[in-house]
Design a protein around this ligand. Structure first.
Ligand SMILES: Nc1ncnc2c1ncn2[C@@H]1O[C@H](COP(=O)(O)OP(=O)(O)O)[C@@H](O)[C@H]1O
Ligand SMILES: [Mg+2]
Length: 253
């Protein structure tokens, strides 16, 4: 049996200011999965991603990426992952093509190999015409797509996206989901966080819902949707099914 893309066991994080961001989180992202990590703001999603990608130190627990422990084999663990972080974090004066090629440099990919690959990625993501403008000239949605191209340059087996569609308009969002779906059909494992529950409902195979540093639901999409309690009451409001489960599990009372 192949190792899962991500195996997190009893993960705890206390930030220096005392905030207990994670209170013992365990979750597994199977290889080849499209996994949605959902939760309200401040639940701990970005902290989980930060620890898994080596950007944030954990307090307790263990994390393995495709069987590589992040403490024992940090370089091997990191090499498996492409990260699209929550914040836009490229140099706005650089050109998209250079941003993607230079990222390849961090992984030891020679320029002559990186150039055609970067061009292809940027084209696939609809940035073919924008390769040579300055990063700051891109729209919000284009910046996100540039970050996806950059995250894929070293051919990671595992793509992690932290709210990649925040601030992206409906049409472009749909295009991005289609692209991600195509990548999973080619064998890439995807973990993402998003606020767009309806889209997660349509795309994700597995879902975990986190609230205040603890996992409150974890299973296949169908298992999570089955937690939905049908009520005949008409509240005058109806979201998608996943949205209702999410609200049941994360609301204050
Ligand atoms: N660098 C930090 N220092 C102190 N507290 C932090 C830091 N980063 C995040 N937190 C806190 O940890 C908790 C989880 O944050 P985060 O992982 O960003 O949640 P999410 O991504 O789900 O919105 C929040 O209470 C947040 O304020
Ligand atoms: Mg976050």
């Amino acid at each position: 049996m192949s190792s899962p893309a991500l195996k997190i066991t009893d993960l705890k994080k206390r930030y220096n200011n005392g905030t207990e961001a994670l209170k013992g989180v365990s979750l597994t992202v199977p290889a080849g999965d499209f996994f949605a990590l959902l939760g309200p703001n401040g639940a701990g999603k970005t902290t989980i991603i930060g620890i898994s990608t080596g950007l944030v130190n954990k307090t307790e627990g263990s994390v393995e990426v495709f069987g590589h422990d992040i403490d024992k084999e940090p370089e091997l663990a990191k090499a498996q992952i492409g990260l699209v972080g929550q914040e836009i974090n490229f140099n706005p004066f650089e050109k998209p093509i250079d941003i993607v090629i230079n990222q390849g440099g961090y992984y030891g990919i020679p320029r002559e190999e990186a150039i055609p690959r970067a061009e292809q990625l940027l084209k696939d993501l609809g940035l073919g015409e924008k390769m040579n403008v300055r990063g700051m000239e891109l729209s919000g949605g284009m910046k996100r797509r540039l970050m996806i191209a950059r995250a894929l340059i070293h051919k990671p087996r595992f793509l992690v996206l932290d709210e990649p569609t925040a601030g992206v308009d409906v049409e472009l969002r749909r295009g991005m989901w289609e692209y991600l779906k195509k990548l999973t059909s080619e064998g890439l494992t995807i973990l993402l966080t998003t606020h767009y529950l309806e889209e997660a409902e349509q795309l994700a195979k597995h879902v975990a819902i986190i609230n205040k540093g603890q996992i409150v639901a974890n299973g296949t999409m169908n298992e999570i949707l089955a937690l939905h309690k049908d009520s005949n009451e008409n509240n005058g409001f109806r979201g998608g099914k996943l949205e209702e489960v999410f609200i049941q599990l994360t609301s204050e009372n």
